[in-house]
Design a protein around this ligand. Structure first.
Ligand SMILES: C[C@](O)(C(=O)O)[C@H](CC(=O)O)C(=O)O
Length: 313
């Protein structure tokens, strides 16, 4: 069967979604194979790889600039590989070093099939954008990160005959320290260098959310809806009404996981017996493996002529 996305890379598919009149792309935050599979099975047309979730799930650590480029690129590439027709927007933090390192990051994300990446102006020892007392790099350092990313994308475009067209999202964390006008001015400069999308991190007032898309028009703007964060909570419809073209929900899976797993762990510790969910009682272990593509794996193996799954599993 021909894919309806024939010939489109994930990046070009995302570019089309961004151009669709009246469309706001909204993305659940995913950070591992399970959360990504569940989001794909739910039918989202774009995913967001959260850096906070990547640091949490791969390293067991908070979002403090501890995940390396290797950690992030490997995770983003794995997630992007699960369904090539669904674009993945991935956190790329500060780019993990100077311009040469930023360029390596861009090439690693492109090689992994990532559709878009965001780069910010915090110091390398960064923290979640919704924490206090963030430190920034000077504007020229930030712009050299963005310039390096756009130069690397251009090199990759030429080498691939146009295919490698990763969407570059300029994020600024400067609102907290330098105020709205400086933050928007940093984004304008990043756009002038070739960023495709702008991301004003850590807005604290509805008025800022209401202004930013107008002030940066016609560049598409991304809204970060961290649960419990400092930005007023908006629905996708409300965000769309204000002009946002992309909304990410980084923590949508993190809180349910930490809360439900805590309950399950406590229960096992106290009762010495694991809770068996209703779905497992009915579907057995296969229920979970089916979420991860068991059937598709067996079909592939059969189609390749193997007899391993001729009688199922
Ligand atoms: C968007 C973000 O960069 C992320 O890693 O998902 C974080 C979100 C978070 O820490 O929950 C951020 O806003 O800095």
């Amino acid at each position: 069967m021909e894919s309806k996305y024939q010939g489109q890379t994930a990046a070009s598919r995302l570019r089309r979604l961004l151009q669709e009149e009246g469309k706001t792309v909204f993305c659940p935050g995913v950070y591992d194979g399970i959360s990504a599979r569940i989001a794909l099975n739910t039918g989202f047309d774009c995913l967001y790889m959260t850096g906070a979730g990547t640091a949490a799930s791969r390293l067991g650590l908070p979002d403090l600039g501890l995940a390396t480029m290797g950690d992030m690129a490997a995770n983003a590439s794995m997630i992007a590989s699960l369904d090539r027709s669904v674009p993945v927007i991935a956190d790329a933090d500060t780019g993990y070093g100077g311009p040469l390192m930023v360029a390596r990051t861009v090439h690693a994300y492109i090689a992994g099939g990532v559709a878009a990446m965001h780069l910010e102006d915090q110091v390398i020892t960064k923290r979640c954008g919704h924490l206090a007392n963030k430190e920034l790099v000077d504007e020229d350092v930030y712009l050299s990160r963005i310039r390096a990313a756009c130069m690397a994308r251009e090199d990759a475009r030429q080498a691939s005959g146009g295919g490698a067209d990763i969407v570059i999202i300029a994020r600024t964390d400067s609102l907290q320290l330098l105020g709205y006008d400086v933050a928007v001015s940093r984004l304008h400069k990043a756009i002038a260098l070739g960023s495709d999308v702008a991301f004003l991190e850590g807005m604290t007032e509805f008025d800022q959310c209401a202004r930013v898309c107008r002030d940066l028009a016609p560049t598409p703007v991304l809204l970060n809806m961290v649960a419990g964060g400092i930005t007023p909570s908006l629905s996708v419809e409300e965000a769309s009404h204000l002009g946002f073209k992309v909304v990410i929900f980084p923590s949508v899976a993190l809180d349910p996981v930490s809360e439900h797993v805590t309950d399950a762990m406590r229960n096992l510790k106290e009762s010495h017996r694991a809770i068996v969910s209703e779905t497992r009682k009915v579907g057995g272990v296969k229920h979970f493996f089916n979420i991860l593509g068991l059937k598709e794996c067996m079909d592939f193996d059969n189609a390749a002529g193997s007899s391993s799954f001729a009688y199922g599993a």
